[in-house]
Design a protein around this ligand. Structure first.
Ligand code: ZN
Length: 416
């Protein structure tokens, strides 16, 4: 149960991070006025304060008064924030952003944002000044991480390794004693061919053993295995069932790759881009397929903000499906005579207004909240799982376009 709850919070944190990053990416400053600091969890806060103090005093050499003031203000604001921490920053570290951003018409606004405890540990300290905030390292942490086993082979050599997220990690290699096609004089052709086949068979077994040792212990975490090499080697290898049967089931694609040294592992990942993109949305796809199946043949589907919210409130939603691209607010209206309350989803710039159906008075806006946070709050209270669905596939796009980005798979049919 606790892991479920943690997972929910993890999704929520990722969403909150994504939103702040989207905001930060919009900002621009002139020159190199926008300061970003990445602090790993094992870096003493006092070290960082000393670094920032140093930068602050160096900034006094900046000629333009405006720039100098802006940079020093940003650094002061960062120093103020650093006071909130004890000796070390929180788990996984922290990222601080501060600077004077263009507000149009020659004006600037001072912006300061702090992102504590990112989803992955910050690897190294970075102090960065630019006309934009540095968000890429955080964005990489937010992309879905996969674990893929990699095998490249021909009859001469083989390499195995991992693809972890976007990083290729070569692990082991082997080279074969398979003789070339040219037989030496005096050897019978038949005997030569037999020896050669034996050597090939031995080599495939060796490669499979190498892959088994590496990947069988991780088979439950694996998202797939990619196999590369020239034809017919990789086909012989796969068709011959050399791999452990549980690994064989994990093979998601085979690809023509010219090199079978370490660089071949990188070529394999390049060649497999389409398959990898498919794998990334595979889990989202199966959620959406289940939703559509319920929509067409069953009764356990709900969609659109209003009905989904109502079902959520009833505790009838098993899984809440939210489009990753959904960015809207929920506006709460209340009748001034206390007749009714409405929650309406609207786009950030277009507010339709509401009239009480009982007394006809214009309802008052009493609250405005991010729609995803609003729905996730209810979901958490009702023990409903939330799934974010990407728009990188057709049914994911449909969730966004046709269903307003909000849908649910129900525990039971409610008729709502
Ligand atoms: Zn009313």
């Amino acid at each position: 149960m606790s892991t479920d709850a943690e997972e929910v919070n993890e999704d929520r944190r990722k969403y909150e991070f994504r939103k702040v990053i989207e905001e930060l990416k919009e900002y621009e400053g002139s020159g190199t006025q926008l300061v970003t600091i990445y602090i790993p969890e094992d870096r003493q806060v006092s070290d960082v304060v000393a670094h920032v103090t140093q930068e602050h005093s160096e900034a006094s050499n900046i000629k333009s008064k405006q720039t100098r003031t802006n940079v020093q203000d940003a650094l002061t604001s960062i120093k103020d924030r650093l006071r909130y921490y004890d000796t070390y920053p929180p788990k996984n570290g922290t990222v601080l952003f501060s600077g004077a951003v263009d507000a149009g018409g020659g004006q600037t606004d001072m912006v300061t944002r702090v992102l504590d405890s990112p989803p992955e540990p910050i690897q190294s300290f970075r102090y960065h000044c630019d006309s934009n905030f540095l968000t890429e390292p955080l964005e990489e942490m937010l992309t879905d991480k996969g674990l893929f086993g990699l095998i490249v082979l021909d009859r001469r050599e083989a390499n195995v390794g991992w693809l972890k997220g976007k990083r290729v990690e070569p692990v082991k290699s082997a080279s074969s004693l398979v003789p070339g096609k040219q037989r030496k004089g005096g050897q019978s052709a038949q005997r030569f061919a037999r020896l050669r086949l034996e050597a090939i068979d031995n080599f495939y077994q060796e490669v499979a053993g190498m892959a088994d040792d590496l990947m069988v212990p991780k088979r439950h975490e694996l998202d797939g295995i990619l196999v590369g090499g020239p034809s017919p080697t990789k086909d012989e290898f796969l068709d011959g069932d050399y791999l452990h049967h549980e690994l064989q089931d994990h093979v998601v694609g085979k690809f023509d790759v010219s090199y079978t040294d370490e660089s071949g592992l990188y070529d394999l990942v390049d060649a497999a881009q389409d398959v990898l993109a498919d794998q990334e949305v595979m889990k989202d796809k199966s959620q959406m397929e289940e939703f559509f199946e319920q929509l067409h043949t069953g009764e356990k589907a709900t969609y659109g903000f209003g009905p989904t919210r109502q079902n959520l409130m009833m505790g009838a939603v098993d899984r809440l499906l939210l489009s990753e691209d959904l960015r809207s607010d929920v506006v709460v209206y209340e009748c001034p005579n206390d007749h009714e309350e409405y929650e309406v989803i609207d786009s950030r710039h277009d507010d339709p207004g509401h009239v009480c159906s009982e007394c006809g008075e214009e309802a008052e806006k009493t609250d405005r909240e991010d729609v995803i946070e609003h729905l996730m709050d209810i979901a958490e209270q009702r023990g409903t799982e939330t799934k974010f669905i990407s728009t990188d596939f057709e049914k994911g796009e449909q969730l966004y376009d046709a269903f307003g980005g909000v849908a649910g798979i129900l525990r039971y049919s409610t008729g709502v």
